[in-house]
Design a protein around this ligand. Sequence first.
Ligand code: PLP
Length: 350
Amino acid sequence: MTSRVGDFEMRLEHLRAALEAQPRVRLGAFPTPLEHLPRLSSTLGGPDIWVKRDDLTGLAFGGNKTRTLEYVLGALLLEKPDVLVTGANIQSNWSRQAAAAAAKLGIPIVLVLRNTEMQEIQGNVLLDLWLGADVRFVSEPDITFVIADHLDRVVDELRAQGRHALKIDPWSASAAVGYAAAVPELMDQCKAVGITPTRIWTAAAGPTQSGLLLGSRYLDWPVRVTGIAPIRWAGDTMATRTADSANLASGILGLSVTIADTDVETDEGYIGPGYARPSKLGLEAMRLVARTEALLLDPVYTGKAMAALIDQIGHGLITTEDTIVFLHTGGLPAVFAYRDQILEMATTSL
Ligand SMILES: *Cc1c(COP(=O)(O)O)cnc(C)c1O
């Protein structure tokens, strides 16, 4: 029998080689910083809290989609598209980082964005236009509907014009690879600062948590990965989608790890009024973190994830025995689209 340490080193080497073999485009600046939050930790009186700054991935205001896109686009570019198509909600961070990647790669991009409430051109969508994306709005009432039909229609239309149009799919087989690659990066940083995290805490709707789970399971890292849902998907549950995405990536990396739905720790209790609608707890969490650590969070994802952490510390579910790494997944441009709610919280007394 090989020793555990030897086994770990073999697995790490295998993971690194498997990642190295994946097609990839370089878009971000890695490693992102791992920072201590001592004032937040002492204010909450619970666990020691650290933040992994994936808001600082460096691609046009950054965010977690930079890691995802490095591998998703790496695979897609092998098919030599001359125009890219993707889309989501109007304040989509995915779409903004895709527009930035397309600009950097010199490939035109069409974004189909859901805008039902005549929302202001601000935040991410302003940047999409600035980065040169061809933005098309659709009015789609169901917020969990991924506008797949609209994307297909645009692809068909471009192909009829003789273009080689390809969709960038946030659920493609490579989607979780970027966050599997983030695991050894984070393990190295934890070792360097001398912490042994018990939990990785993140806003999660799919591939981010999938990759973190896959990487940590493969490397036998005894850390829990907790995902706080910003959205309740129609159809498949968050756990199923997350496990499926992890297993696709496991397959292409040849890791022989299977993630079951029951391995996915997901919490839908902090969505509040709905997807992309700020919650009071989320805004309060954003304000506390800004005023104790000068760390800026967003109201759609990271604010709600931080609200969940604060709430669960308050209820004694997370204690001084824990060490938390909060993954900052980005989303900051959207702050400016929520000016009214943020201004109201800024001026409400504590
Ligand atoms: C997209 C996004 C998430 C969720 O990422 P998944 O990979 O879909 O889990 C979390 N936070 C922010 C800021 C995002 O833009």
